[in-house]
Design a protein around this ligand. Structure first.
Ligand SMILES: NC(=O)C1=CN([C@@H]2O[C@H](COP(=O)(O)OP(=O)(O)OC[C@H]3O[C@@H](n4cnc5c(N)ncnc54)[C@H](O)[C@@H]3O)[C@@H](O)[C@H]2O)C=CC1
Ligand SMILES: O=C(O)[C@H]1O[C@H](OP(=O)(O)OP(=O)(O)OC[C@H]2O[C@@H](n3ccc(=O)[nH]c3=O)[C@H](O)[C@@H]2O)[C@H](O)[C@@H](O)[C@@H]1O
Length: 470
């Protein structure tokens, strides 16, 4: 079946960029991205492309070309569902923060609502594509809801997990290592798979398009994220040993990375990984393993999260101990708040947890991030403290310890220490001499990303401490 009309439920970091690229590459297909969040849709429709809700290099150009031609953003979910032959579900699947599986399982309520809405609205057969990251066997749940609450039409459920990374999303979509499509082994299942293959074949080669059964596809997504995060926790674990032994973690990573069986990518020691997915997906995997009575397997994967929490805590503790065992009343400058460079996303960013530890010890946190607003930074901290059950009064008082700047020099003025939390390229280009002159001495720099020229900074007079540097 040749697809003419696509609808995507969820206009977030995945729905927005993926559908923009599909629209760009398939001008004959009408693509409508819908969301319940009116302000998000309004931002996608903003004339000024600087105000798109997602910051991604190259995204504005893609949106500019396709929007209004065959790419549309709307809050009219029902009409978009009705008109579509193929519906992508790209809604959020956060960790459950209530009830059964709290703190571990994926919360599928938004996905379930989508299925119920599709079933209620559909007036023709449709292909439903899981784009959100979901626990293995969710397709079964979706199929059951669709078949039992629908109006007698046929729904084929496919799994098509997304592997893009934020900050490089457009390039990842245009030049994907692979796309993965899982479907039923029945004749209609294979036809549905082919319809989706045909879409990606507009710009990817057959070698880049993998097809599997539904369950392998669903599980491959959680597995890919677990393997990626495992590499970071592995190198971060070694970074602690490097600091104790005067080995240099970057040298160790480069040395092992030359072994083609290990590979050099994703071995950058850091203050700890963040982002909306690694932690959530691994917790989900751990929950699934426990559910299937595999405690040893669950404990194995859980260690990645435990180590990541330790790494964030270790970084904060190093700042406190280096500053003579207290940061009370001291000004600590944070360069970066986003969970990685080239994104405005801050979900689960290490900066949030490091800030919390330091504020607990009485520090003032002065933040500069090129893409993250003051409102967002404060909302992140408020959310964390609300989750911990702090009173509103206590939260308001703690928020007074956070200051946000438009300029890095102002943020660092009269600081006791600077902590690099995100690897933004611009941090490397600063006039570090002027920064040094205007800081309290000894002037400390804690490079949580190992991006600065440590020798140069040391020669200026800084006390520089990287991750995994002896
Ligand atoms: N952020 C990323 O880089 C990646 C995310 N994923 C997965 O993709 C999924 C979406 O992630 P993000 O885009 O980051 O989330 P997001 O939170 O940025 O976007 C999800 C959007 O769905 C909307 N939504 C919720 N229920 C809806 C409904 N019933 N109808 C219409 N819209 C609805 C929300 O308002 C929100 O705007 C998650 O499962 C995530 O694990 C997968 C690969 C990469
Ligand atoms: O499912 C998802 O959401 C996505 O999760 C990650 O993408 P993302 O979280 O956007 O970004 P990454 O580049 O993976 O970085 C994640 C975190 O790990 C950190 N990181 C990454 C690499 C590294 O070597 N060291 C390191 O500390 C980053 O700074 C960041 O905080 C995966 O890379 C994507 O393939 C996947 O689609």
């Amino acid at each position: 079946m040749k697809i003419k009309n696509i609808c995507c439920l969820g206009a977030g970091y995945v729905g927005g960029p993926t559908m923009s690229v599909i629209a760009l590459k398939c001008p004959e297909i009408k693509v409508t991205v819908v969301d319940l969040n009116e302000s998000r849709i309004a931002a996608w429709n903003e004339e000024n492309l600087d105000n798109l809700p997602v910051y991604e290099p190259g995204l504005a150009e893609v949106v500019n070309e396709a929007r209004g031609r065959n790419l549309f953003f709307s809050t009219d979910v029902d009409s978009a569902i009705e008109a579509a032959d193929m519906i992508f579900i790209a809604v959020n699947t956060p960790t459950k923060n209530y009830g059964e599986g709290k703190g571990m399982a994926a919360d599928l309520k938004f996905v379930e609502l989508c299925a119920r809405q599709i079933a209620r609205i559909a007036k023709s057969d449709k292909i439903i594509v899981e784009k959100s990251t979901l626990p293995v066997r969710t397709a079964e749940t979706l199929q059951t809801i669709l078949d039992h609450t629908g109006n007698g039409y046929k729904f084929e459920v496919l799994s098509n997990p997304e592997f893009l990374a934020e900050g490089t999303a457009i390039n990842d979509l245009l030049n994907a290592d692979r796309v993965l499509i899982g479907g039923k082994q029945t004749e209609s299942g294979q036809k549905a798979i082919q319809s989706l293959v045909d879409i990606y074949a507009n710009w990817l080669s057959p070698k880049q398009i993998l097809t599997t059964n539904v369950w392998s596809s669903e599980l491959s997504k959680l597995t890919a994220n677990a393997f990626l995060a495992q590499r970071i926790s592995s190198i971060n674990a070694l970074s602690a040993l490097c600091e104790a032994t005067e080995a240099d973690v970057d040298e160790v990573a480069a040395a092992i990375g030359t072994d083609s069986r290990i590979g050099s990518k994703f071995l950058k020691a850091s203050v700890g990984f963040g982002g909306s997915c690694f932690q959530k997906d691994i917790l989900n995997l751990v929950y699934l393993c426990r559910y299937f009575n595999l405690p040893e397997v669950a404990n194995y994967w859980e260690q990645i999260i435990i180590l990541n929490d330790y790494q964030k805590y270790r970084f904060a503790k190093k700042i406190i101990t280096s500053l003579f065992n207290t940061v009370s009343g001291k000004k600590i400058t944070f360069l970066g708040w986003a969970f990685k460079k080239d994104t405005n996303d801050t979900r689960e960013s290490a900066s949030i947890y490091v800030a919390e530890h330091l504020i607990e010890d009485g520090a003032e946190i002065h933040v500069y991030d090129p893409k993250v607003s003051e409102q967002k930074i404060k909302a992140d901290m408020r959310y964390l403290w609300e989750e911990k059950g702090l009173t509103d009064q206590k939260i308001e008082s703690k928020l007074k310890q956070i200051f946000v700047y438009q300029s890095p020099l102002e943020a660092a003025h009269q600081a006791h220490a600077i902590a690099v939390l995100t690897e933004w390229d611009e941090f490397k280009t600063y006039d570090w001499n002027s920064i040094y002159i205007n800081m309290y001495k000894p002037a400390f720099v804690f490079d949580g990303r190992n991006i600065l020229d440590a020798e140069k900074l040391a020669s200026i007079g800084f006390q520089i401490k990287g991750i995994g540097k002896g």
